[in-house]
Design a protein around this ligand. Structure first.
Ligand SMILES: [Fe+2]
Length: 307
C-alpha cells in the first residue's frame, strides 16, 4: 500500500495509507523517515493506537528517551511521558492572558533547547482532548529561514544568539507580554519546581540540520536573550535588539505555522531540530491527556556559556 501525503495548512503533512497495527517493513519505515526529514511535521489520524504501538511506531524514527522525571512517567511504559491536566499541578501553570485564566499555555519553543542539546523529535498522541482550546502549534524554522532576504541571511551567518532559561514569563525578553499576568502560584525560580539552575546557552543564529543539512533559523521567542558581541557583526546594541525583534516577528508569521486541534487517536510527530512548537493551553479544570514519546538526538547544537 502506498502512503498518501496531504499538505496541512502552510507547513507539515498528513500521512495516511498504512495501518499501525500491522508490521512495518524496512521500505515503509524508510519512507516514513524520509517524509519526516522532508516535512518536519507529520500528522497521523484514525490509527488504532495504544501505548505499545505508539512506542514501537516512534522507534522507527530513532532511539527513545526515558523521561528523567519519574512523576510524569508511566510505570508500565517508561518511554511514555504523560501530559495530564491535573488540578494540583495545573495551578503552577495557570496565568491570566487578556483577562482570561489559562492553564498550560506555552510560548514558541524547542524542547530542551535551553540545554544546548535539544532532543531530535517527539510524537504526541491525543488521548483525552479538550473540546475548546488545547491546541498545539508547530512552526517550521527551515521554511522561515528560506523566506529571509539575502542580506539578512548573510548577516545571520556572523551572529550567535543566547537563550536564558527562566521560570518567570515576564522576564523573557521577546515573548508577547501584553495582557499577561502571572498566576498566584506561578513559580518564581527553577528550584520552586525542583528544576536545576540552567546556565545561558549560545547557538549560531542559523543552524545546519545535522541530518538533512537544511538551514534552520535558530530563533524562537521563549528564553531568547541576546546577540553575543553584536559589534563584531557591525551592529550597535540597539540594532541587535531590533534585529531579534524583527526575527521573532518573522517566526510568528502564520505562513510558517500549523495549529493542531486534537481528536482522540491523532498523532503528531515533529523534528525538534527544525520545528518549534507552542501550546494554546486550556481553561483551568478542563480534562486533557496527551501521551508523548521522545526521540533522542546525538548532536549538540548549542554551547553552554561557562563562567
Ligand atoms: Fe515542548
Amino acid at each position: 500500500m502506498a502512503l498518501q501525503v496531504t499538505p496541512l495548512d502552510n507547513v507539515g503533512v498528513e500521512v495516511s495509507g498504512f495501518d499501525i497495527t500491522q508490521p512495518v517493513d524496512e521500505a515503509l519505515a524508510a519512507e516514513l523517515v524520509a517524509l519526516w526529514d522532508e516535512h518536519a511535521i507529520l500528522l497521523f489520524r484514525g490509527q488504532d493506537v495504544n501505548p505499545e504501538r505508539q512506542i514501537a511506531f516512534s522507534r522507527l524514527f530513532g532511539e527513545l528517551e526515558i523521561h528523567p522525571i519519574s512523576e510524569t512517567r508511566s510505570e508500565d511504559y517508561p518511554e511514555l511521558f504523560m501530559l495530564v491536566n491535573d488540578p494540583q499541578k495545573e495551578q503552577f501553570m495557570t496565568a491570566t492572558y487578556n483577562g482570561r485564566q489559562m492553564a498550560g499555555r506555552l510560548d514558541w519553543h524547542m524542547d530542551l533547547h535551553y540545554t544546548g542539546k535539544p532532543n531530535r523529535g517527539a510524537l504526541l498522541r491525543g488521548v483525552v482532548c479538550a473540546e475548546e482550546d488545547g491546541m498545539t502549534g508547530f512552526g517550521d524554522l527551515a521554511r522561515a529561514y528560506d523566506a529571509l532576504d539575502e542580506d539578512t541571511r548573510a548577516l545571520l551567518e556572523q551572529i550567535e544568539v543566547t537563550y536564558a532559561f527562566s521560570m518567570q514569563r515576564k522576564h523573557m525578553r521577546y515573548v508577547d507580554l501584553e495582557g499577561y499576568e502571572p498566576g498566584p502560584y506561578s513559580p518564581r525560580k527553577p528550584a520552586d519546581i525542583n528544576y536545576p539552575n540552567f546556565p545561558e546557552v549560545a547557538y549560531p543564529a542559523v543552524v545546519t540540520h545535522p541530518v538533512t543539512g537544511r538551514k534552520v533559523l535558530e530563533i524562537c521567542e521563549q528564553f531568547l536573550e541576546r546577540i553575543i558581541t553584536p559589534h563584531k557583526a557591525g551592529l550597535s546594541n540597539d540594532e541587535a535588539i531590533e534585529l531579534l525583534e524583527r526575527l521573532v516577528a518573522h517566526t510568528r508569521k502564520p505562513e510558517f505555522h500549523y495549529f493542531h486541534r486534537w481528536e482522540p487517536g491523532d498523532m503528531v510527530l515533529w523534528d525538534n531540530w527544525r520545528a518549534m512548537h507552542c501550546a494554546t493551553g486550556t481553561r483551568p479544570g478542563v480534562e486533557r491527556v496527551i501521551h508523548r514519546t521522545t526521540i533522542m538526538g546525538d548532536a549538540t547544537l548549542g554551547r553552554v556559556i561557562e563562567g
